[in-house]
Ligand binder design. Structure first.
Ligand code: B12
Ligand code: SF4
Length: 512
C-alpha cells in the first residue's frame, strides 16, 4: 500500500511524529512518501506516487493550508476514479475533532498514532471500516477508546529517509532532532498540554513516558552512520529535565562517551539549578531553550501559571552562564489584559536575565486553551476570532488600540536586538517603535534570528560561511514575511499550495 504523509512546512526541525508513523508503516512493508505543502505541488505528488492513503499531520494555525490541499486530493480522486483514504492526526485533530466533519475525513487520530495507523492500514487491507480502533474517531463513531503508547522502546527508529527525500537540502544542515519522552506534567495556560492530560488521564494510562537511554543512544548512533553529517543534536521533548533522576544520571554519563556531540534541549527555568546545569554541560549541552514568557510575577505565575518566581529565574540564567550553556529565552508580548507598557516591562525583564539568545513573539491565542477562554470570558477576544490568522501577526486581542498593535509588532521585531545592546540604548527602542518602519524591522528581526540560531543556539550545525548565513537570513526573511505578512500574501501562498514545485520552495522556515 502507498501512504502519502502531508505536512505544511519544512522546518529546521524534522516532523518527528510523521517520521515515526512512516517508520511504523515501512516496517509493515508499505511504501511511504512525505510532501511539504510549501515546497511541492500536492497534485504533482499525487499523480506521481498514486497513494492509497493520504495522511495529514496538522497544527491548528495551518488548518486553512490543509483545506486547500484537501481540495486537490478530492479533485485527484474524482479525476482518477480512485478511492483514496483521507486521514488526519496531530495536535489539530486531537484538540479539534470537528475537523472530521469539516473535511469529511474517513478517520482522525487523537493523541498517539503509532498503533492507530497500524490498525487503520490493516483494516484497509481487510476492506473493513475504522470503528473500534483506540484513538481513532470516525463520523459514524465519534467516541473512541483512549490509549497512550506506554513503552516507547518498542517503536522503530524514525524514518528520516522520507524526510530528506522531501527536503534534500536540509540534510546538509548537520542538525538532527530526537525525542526522548512524551508528555508534560505542567499546566501553562497558553499551552495545550493540560488539555491533553485531561483528555487522556485515566486508569492505567501513563502520561509521562521516557525511552531507555539504550534505545535513544542506539538511534543516535544509527543516524550518525546513515544520515551524515551529524554535527548537533536537538532534543525536542517539551521539557528535557522534569526532575533529576536515574535516567538523567545514566544519560549524562553515557552520552558524552558514546555520542560526544553538542546538544540542545528545552527546559523550564525552574528545572535548571546549578547541579542540573553542571550535569547537562558535562554531557555536552551547548544550548537550552528556557522560556521567560512574561516580565512580572503576576503575569507569569497567575495569568500564565508558569510557577516561576523572579529570584529562581535569575538563579537559573546565572547557572546556565556559569556552565557555558547558551540560554535561548522566548518572551510573549500581548497577553490578555496587558498594555504596551507591560510589554516593555517584559522586554526589560528579559534583558535583566541576560539570555545569550533572546527571542520575542506575540501571544497567539488558540481556542480550547485556558488563556484563550479567559480572554473570551473577559471580552478581550471575539468568540469567533480567526485562529488561522494569529501566528506572527498583530495581536487579535482587543486590549490594544490599532496604533498600539503596530507599535507592539515593531517592539517584537526589535526586542531581541535591543536585548543584546547596552542598557543606555533602551530609550532609542521606545522611539523606534513609533516609526512606521515595520518592514525594515522585520528584516532586522530575521537577520538577528538567523545569527542567533546559526552562531549561538546551534553553533557548528552548519559550516560557517557567508553563503550559508545569507541563505539562512533569506529563508528567515521569507518565512517571517509570509507568516506575518499581509492577508494578500497569505492568499497568494494558499493559491500556490496546489501549484508549488520543488524548484520554487516558496516560504521556508529558517534552516540554520
Ligand atoms: C517541535 C515543535 C514545533 C516545531 C516544528 C514541528 C514540526 N517540524 O513538525 C516548530 C518550532 C517549528 C513549531 C512551531 C509551532 N508550534 Co509547535 N510544537 C513542537 C512540539 C514541541 C513537538 C512536536 C513533536 O515532535 N511531537 C512528538 C510527536 C511524537 O507527536 P506528534 O507530532 O503529535 O505526532 C503523533 C500524533 O499526533 C499522531 N499523528 C500525527 N500526525 C498524524 C497523522 C495521522 C494520519 C495519524 C493517524 C496520526 C498522526 O501520531 C504521532 C505519533 O504518535 C509540540 C509539542 C508536542 N509535545 O507535540 C509543539 C506543538 C505541536 N506546537 C504547537 C504550536 C501552537 C506551535 C506554534 C503555533 C507556536 C507559536 N505560537 O509560535 C508554531 C506553528 C508554526 C506554524 N505556522 O506551523 C502546539 C500545537 C497545538 C495545536 N492545536 O495545533 C503544540 C502541540 C504545543 C502545545 N502543547 O501547545 N513547533
Ligand atoms: S512546560 Fe511547556 S510544554 Fe509543558 S505545559 Fe508549560 S508550555 Fe506546555
Amino acid at each position: 500500500m502507498r501512504i502519502l504523509f502531508v505536512n505544511s512546512h519544512a522546518f529546521y526541525s524534522e516532523p518527528l511524529g510523521t517520521l515515526q508513523l512512516s517508520a511504523v508503516c515501512k516496517e509493515m512493508g508499505h511504501d511511504t512518501r512525505l510532501v511539504f505543502l510549501n515546497r511541492q505541488a500536492i497534485s504533482e505528488v499525487l499523480d506521481e506516487f498514486e497513494p492509497d492513503v493520504v495522511a495529514y499531520s496538522v497544527m491548528t494555525p495551518n488548518e486553512h493550508i490543509f483545506l486547500k490541499a484537501d481540495e486537490a486530493v478530492k479533485a485527484y480522486t474524482k479525476r482518477r476514479g480512485k478511492n483514496v483514504v483521507r486521514l488526519m492526526g496531530g495536535p489539530h485533530a486531537t484538540y479539534f475533532p470537528e475537523v472530521l466533519e469539516k473535511f469529511n475525513l474517513d478517520a482522525i487520530c487523537l493523541g498517539d498514532g503509532d498503533n492507530a495507523i497500524q490498525h487503520i492500514v490493516r483494516r484497509i487491507e481487510q476492506g473493513k471500516g475504522f470503528n473500534d480502533i483506540p484513538n481513532v474517531a470516525t463520523l459514524e463513531q465519534p467516541d473512541f477508546q483512549k490509549e497512550v503508547i506506554d513503552d516507547l522502546n518498542i517503536l522503530p527508529p524514525l524514518d528520516r529517509k522520507v524526510f530528506y527525500d522531501a527536503a534534500p537540502d536540509l540534510q546538509n544542515v548537520g542538525l538532527r532532532g530526537f525525542l526522548t519522552q512524551r508528555g508534560c506534567p505542567y499546566k501553562c495556560t497558553y499551552c495545550f498540554n493540560h488539555a491533553f492530560n485531561t483528555m487522556f488521564k485515566g486508569e492505567g494510562r501513563k502520561l509521562i513516558r521516557r525511552r531507555s537511554v539504550d534505545h535513544l543512544l542506539d538511534e543516535i548512533k544509527m543516524v550518525q552512520r546513515d544520515f551524515a553529517p551529524v554535527r548537533f543534536i536537538r532534543f525536542a521533548d517539551d521539557v528535557f529535565v522534569i526532575r533529576k533522576d536515574e535516567w538523567l544520571e545514566e544519560f549524562a554519563e553515557r552520552y558524552p562517551r558514546e555520542i560526544g556531540l553538542p546538544f540542545y534541549c528545552l527546559i523550564r527555568s525552574s528545572g535548571l539549578d546549578d547541579e542540573v546545569a553542571g550535569m547537562l554541560a558535562g554531557a555536552g549541552c551547548k544550548s537550552v531553550s528556557m522560556s521567560i514568557e512574561a516580565g512580572t510575577d503576576h503575569l507569569r505565575n497567575v495569568v500564565l501559571k508558569r510557577n516561576m518566581p523572579e529570584e529562581l529565574m535569575i538563579e537559573s540564567f546565572d547557572a546556565a552562564r556559569r556552565h557555558g550553556i547558551v540560554a535561548q529565552a522566548n518572551s510573549m508580548m500581548g497577553l490578555p489584559g496587558t498594555s504596551l507598557e507591560d510589554d516593555f516591562q517584559t522586554f526589560l525583564f528579559a534583558k535583566k536575565l541576560r539570555p545569550a539568545a533572546p527571542t520575542f513573539s506575540i501571544f497567539c491565542p488558540f481556542p480550547k486553551t485556558a488563556l484563550t477562554e479567559m480572554a473570551q470570558e473577559k471580552n478581550l477576544l471575539p468568540h469567533n476570532f480567526d485562529y488561522n490568522n494569529t501566528y506572527r501577526t498583530a495581536t487579535v486581542l482587543t486590549n490594544y488600540s490599532e496604533a498600539e498593535k503596530k507599535e507592539q509588532l515593531r517592539l517584537t521585531c526589535l526586542a531581541a536586538l535591543f536585548c543584546l545592546l547596552p542598557n543606555f540604548m533602551n530609550p532609542v527602542l521606545r522611539v523606534l517603535v513609533k516609526l512606521p518602519l515595520t518592514s525594515v524591522y522585520v528584516v532586522i528581526e530575521a537577520i538577528v534570528e538567523a545569527y542567533l540560531r546559526g552562531i549561538r543556539i546551534f553553533p557548528g550545525a552548519q559550516p560557517l560561511n557567508p553563503l550559508a548565513f545569507a541563505n539562512a537570513a533569506r529563508n528567515a526573511i521569507s518565512y517571517i514575511l509570509f507568516s506575518g505578512g499581509t492577508q494578500a500574501k497569505k492568499e497568494k501562498f494558499m493559491d500556490d499550495v496546489g501549484q508549488r514545485t520543488a524548484d520554487d520552495p516558496g516560504s521556508q522556515f529558517p534552516v540554520v
